[in-house]
Design a protein around this ligand. Structure first.
Ligand code: NAD
Ligand code: IPM
Ligand code: MN
Length: 368
């Protein structure tokens, strides 16, 4: 069993970090260059290598992941910075599945860490909510569940067609993500400097009793190892309602792959929309992958309107993961300033384009 240590003083050594840059499709190609610009402005000691994996490459030569691709990423890079995958020209979405889910599964990036922070009251659609009211994190299991796509179709195209979609949960997988959540709680503080204190496990064990039972048992056992952290539980439907009614109550939420996917889009809504949400796909001690929560947003792609802040905050998360706290803090401070000064894209109320918003943040970062 891995024993994650997720302290800010990270385990990876502080020399030059090698980052694989995979912008992917749609707005990924617009927001990632802005994130790169900001990383460079931060003074972080990094070496960047571009990868062309995505729909264009797939349509050109049918390659999703070149032979040995994941091994190269794991061996030659300290992290991967990803944009998004999904293109209307690839109806099967096969490239997204093989590249994105391929990285998560093959590289065993089991913890999908999705911080939920409100930078400014004006960004939240809820009434009377201040930035300090929304500061929680969703720790999403990232290698199991229905995402394994186990199952099949029988008698396809007939009136008797049957489709099964298995929800795969292993004791090892469930236990390690729950332990990751407790370790995260133990080692990370809230934005205001106060300690994190609660881990809430979210499932649907009242209906899905087999998988739910395993999550319940593992949670009970792992939580007993952390007597100073409050252990709580909520069913996913109730949690979705509570997230909208009273997001103040949340601290660290741990859940399965699919619930985590859905809840983090909802949570992005609390932060100002998908353009504001950051994430990391992490296996402690291994090459991890960082990507904004949003997708490729085909309808707005190529128009210089996509919000780059989710990608920029994702870059900050990557630097913080290595212990480059000063660089990460500069980036976060510049994004906060941009939001307050309305130097943003239109989705969050500003007049700027993707490039201009990215350049504004980069120039602030340079000035600190
Ligand atoms: P999406 O996140 O691309 O877009 C959802 C909505 O949010 C759209 O209205 C879009 O315009 C808006 N939006 C998203 N990011 C934005 C940004 N940075 N700035 C401003 N507005 C933004 O999700 P979708 O429409 O459900 O999916 C589109 C494609 O992206 C699909 O192919 C999907 O599979 C894929 N996708 C990929 C990832 C990923 O690679 N990590 C994540 C989610 C969806
Ligand atoms: C995300 C995305 C992916 C997921 C899709 C593109 C497979 O929605 O990263 O949240 O469901 O995990
Ligand atoms: Mn999603």
């Amino acid at each position: 069993m891995d024993s994650p240590k997720i302290s800010p003083e990270n385990r990876i050594s502080p020399e030059k970090k090698r980052i694989a840059i995979i912008p992917g499709d749609g707005i990924g190609q617009e927001v990632i260059p802005q994130a790169v610009k900001v990383i460079q402005a931060s003074g972080a000691d990094v070496e960047l290598t571009d990868f062309d994996w995505g729909a264009d490459r797939y349509l050109r030569d049918q390659t999703t992941v070149p032979a040995g691709g994941f091994a190269t990423l794991a061996r030659d890079f300290d992290a991967i910075l990803v944009g998004a995958f999904g293109d209307p020209r690839v109806k099967t979405n096969i490239h997204a599945k093989e590249i994105l889910l391929g990285m998560r599964f093959t590289m065993d990036l089991y913890a999908n860490v999705r911080p939920v922070r409100l930078l400014d009251a004006a960004l939240c659609p809820l009434k009377g909510i201040e930035p300090q009211d929304i500061d929680f994190v969703v720790i999403r299991e990232n290698t199991e569940g229905v995402y394994t796509d186990a199952g099949g179709v029988f008698k396809q195209g007939t009136p008797d067609e049957i489709a099964t979609q298995e929800d795969l949960n292993t004791r090892k997988g469930v236990e390690r993500i729950i332990r990751y959540a407790f370790e995260y709680c133990r080692h990370n503080k809230k934005q205001d400097g106060s300690p994190r204190a609660k881990v809430l496990m979210c499932d649907k064990s009242n209906a899905m009793t087999h998988a739910g039972g395993l999550w319940q048992r593992a949670f009970k056992e792992v939580s007993a190892e952390y007597p100073h952290i409050a252990a709580q539980h909520m069913y996913v439907d109730a949690l979705a309602m509570q997230m909208v009614r009273d997001p103040r109550q949340f601290d660290v939420i741990v859940t399965n792959n699919m619930f985590g996917d859905i809840l983090t889009d909802l949570a992005a809504g609390l932060q100002g929309g998908l353009g504001m949400a950051a994430s990391g796909n992490i296996h402690p001690g291994k090459t991890s992958m960082f990507e904004p929560v949003h997708g490729s947003a085909p309808p707005i792609a190529g128009k210089n309107v996509a919000n780059p802040f989710g990608a920029i905050l994702t870059a900050a998360m990557m630097l913080a993961h290595w212990g480059m706290r000063r660089e990460a803090e500069k980036i976060e401070a510049a994004v906060l300033e941009a939001v307050r000064e309305k130097k943003t894209t239109q989705d969050i109320g500003g007049p700027l384009g993707t490039r201009e918003a990215g350049e504004w943040v980069a120039s602030r970062v340079l000035s600190y």
